[in-house]
Each structure stands twice: as structure tokens, then as C-alpha cells.
Design a protein around this ligand. Structure first.
Ligand code: SF4
Length: 349
């Protein structure tokens, strides 16, 4: 069991409590104080007898908390948070406002192993996975600073399915009605297309919405942009997405970053439509968010509109996503961009 009590599901807390031969319902108190009241001090969990609280602390149990090191706000209302982790590492989290609804873009790793060419995080050297406690605490800290949020997207720093166990644990914690409950329809998990974890996810009881980054409809071009495509070819990915859809009944979001002169022609839109023909999807076209040192440029607006029109003609539900948080490097693919001049950089795969 985890010594960080925030990193345990409610049933795992019961096991800890039972190991001390205490009343199992204390697990409910602990869970509610940590995940509803955001208590980070064992001493403040007053329904639990003081001697037992002391016993927990003496045996090394504690409740972790992230610290907010910096916030930056764009004129469009987007706020980027820089969080300090207990071991001195940092992550970024973004709070987006859209027609009064608040969405948080959560990080799941420090750095990322996937190395997508258009993404600033992908250039940073991978340091480590976040714990479930570090994932959920991004929400709790921001809610305490700026009020409740409605939607969560696991699209910040890192590839969520490369940190499968902690990400699933965080979903279990967030979906518990005795904690900070989020319905699975309000949570989107984004992946660059790791097929084995997608299958594992399909076989679980809880199913968040799934967003898959495609960015090109053929393996050759996609491998240039996303090195993972050399290990996970599109054919296998598509078969896996069909499986996910059969198991869950969920429509799948396809993310497609529009890059000038590379993947944005009407012909490539036709190929994408063909690739997606066996799936229920909605496609998000994202104008590339470049950063200093990025080798690519965003497609012009007219080409994005033509690409969208071609997909719609083919019957594919398509939306164009506008840039958010650009002035503070908080847009998709820009997290960590401000550290590139000083951080350790990974060599392109
Ligand atoms: S786009 Fe996502 S998976 Fe790819 S390098 Fe960036 S954070 Fe990692």
C-alpha cells in the first residue's frame, strides 16, 4: 500500500485501516477528508481518534500536496499553473474557460517518452511518472484557487497510457462518489495511440472518453511526426479503436494537428476520411501551436477550412479548434516550451 494516503483508492484505504485492526469505516472518513475537504494534515481528520492518527503518522503515513509556484493568465481567460512536486520536479496544468464551463488539462508525467516532433513536452527529457495523488491534486489545488471545474482532459505533459496504473487509479479516485466525484463523460483521456493499454482500458469497468492523436493518415508521414508510429502502425491502431468502440459504445475523438504544407491537403483529408470510415468519430482539427525552435508552422486558416469541408462531405463530424492560451505557451503541444532553453533535451528518436 502507498504511504501517501492521497494515493490510495477508498478500498485500498480500508486495507490499510484493517491492518491496524481499526474500524473499516475510518477509510470513508479519510477518503472524504482528503478528496472532498482537501485536508493535507492527518491531525485535522477529527472523526478519527487522535491516538490512531498519531499511529498512522508514526508508521510513515502522510498526505501529499502540490505547491503552486507560478500562474500566468492569457487575455482569453486561460490560466497556466506551474506546480512544484515534492522531489523538486515541475509540471504545468492549464485551466480553460469555454462559455462559462471550466476544463482542466492535466499532466501525467514529467516530460514524455513519445517525442512527437511538433510538441515542446516531447523535446524534454523524460523524468518520471506522476503518482495518482499528483494527478488528482492538480484539480484540488486549482479548485481551491479558482473554484469548481466541470471537465477534465488528460492532455497535458506526458502520455497518459504510458503511465497506465497511476492514471487508472486517479480515475478510480475521481469517480468515487465519496470523494470529488466526476462522471466519466466529463473526463477525456488522450493518447498518441498505444494499442495494448487501449485494449486494457476497454476491458475495465470505467471508460473515460478517448481522444486519439492521428495527425496523418499514412504510416510514412505519421512516423515523421510521431516516432511511436514505427512501433504502432495505423492498421493495428485502427483495429484497436474498433475493439474499444465495440466494448464501450463510445464515439472516439480524433485529434489532427494542421501543419503547413505537410498534412493539410484535400487529398490527405480524403485519406483520413477513408481511414476513419469504420469508426464513429468526431475529428478536431487543431491549428498547430508552434513554439520557439519548433520545426513546423501552422496551416493557413483557408486550408484548414477546406480540409474540414472535405471531411464533412465524407460524413465525418468535424470541428476546428481555435488557439487558446497562446501568449502564455499554454496551448496544446506548448507545455514545457519555456524550459527548453535550460532543461535537458532528448535526442529525436
Ligand atoms: S504530443 Fe503528447 S504524447 Fe506526443 S510528445 Fe507531446 S505530450 Fe508526449
Amino acid at each position: 500500500m502507498e504511504k501517501d494516503l492521497k494515493n490510495n483508492t477508498r478500498s485500498e484505504l480500508s486495507v490499510i485501516i484493517t491492518s491496524f485492526k481499526q474500524k473499516t469505516y475510518f477509510a470513508d472518513y479519510l477518503f472524504a477528508f482528503i478528496h472532498q475537504k482537501h485536508t493535507a494534515d492527518l491531525n485535522k481528520i477529527s472523526p478519527i481518534p487522535k491516538p490512531f492518527r498519531a499511529q498512522l503518522a508514526e508508521t510513515g503515513y502522510y498526505i501529499s500536496a502540490l505547491s503552486i509556484l507560478k500562474t500566468q493568465t492569457d487575455s482569453d481567460g486561460t490560466t497556466k499553473y506551474l506546480f512544484g512536486l515534492p522531489d523538486g520536479q515541475c509540471i504545468e496544468t492549464v485551466r480553460l474557460v469555454d462559455e462559462g464551463r471550466i476544463t482542466l488539462c492535466l499532466s501525467t508525467q514529467v516530460g514524455c517518452r513519445m517525442g512527437c516532433r511538433f510538441c515542446a513536452t516531447g523535446r524534454l527529457q523524460f523524468q518520471r511518472n506522476l503518482t495518482a495523488a499528483e494527478i488528482v491534486d492538480q484539480i484540488y489545488q486549482i479548485e481551491q484557487a479558482q473554484g469548481p471545474v466541470q471537465n477534465l482532459v488528460y492532455m497535458g505533459m506526458g502520455e497518459p497510457l504510458d503511465n497506465f496504473n497511476q492514471v487508472i487509479r486517479s480515475l478510480e479516485i475521481l469517480h468515487d462518489e465519496q470523494g470529488r466525484y466526476f462522471g466519466m463523460r466529463h473526463i477525456t483521456l488522450s493518447t498518441c495511440g498505444l494499442t495494448e493499454p487501449i485494449r486494457k482500458l476497454a476491458n475495465l469497468k470505467i471508460h473515460p472518453r478517448l481522444a486519439v492523436s492521428i495527425h496523418a493518415a499514412d504510416d510514412l508521414l505519421r512516423s515523421q511526426l510521431m516516432p511511436i508510429c514505427r512501433k504502432e502502425p495505423l492498421e493495428r491502431l485502427m483495429q484497436t479503436l474498433v475493439y474499444y468502440q465495440q466494448r464501450t459504445g463510445r464515439r472516439i475523438t480524433i485529434e489532427y494537428c494542421m501543419i503547413d504544407g505537410l498534412n493539410d491537403t484535400p487529398e490527405l483529408a480524403g485519406r483520413l476520411a477513408l481511414l476513419l470510415s469504420g469508426l464513429k468519430t468526431n475529428v478536431n482539427l487543431i491549428e498547430l501551436n508552434d513554439y520557439s525552435g519548433c520545426p513546423y508552422r501552422p496551416s493557413p486558416g483557408s486550408r484548414i477550412k477546406n480540409f474540414a469541408a472535405r471531411l464533412k462531405e465524407a460524413g465525418i463530424d468535424t470541428a476546428i479548434r481555435f488557439k487558446r492560451g497562446r501568449s502564455i505557451n499554454a496551448a496544446c503541444g506548448q507545455l514545457g516550451a519555456e524550459w527548453l532553453s535550460t532543461a535537458k533535451i532528448q535526442e529525436p528518436a
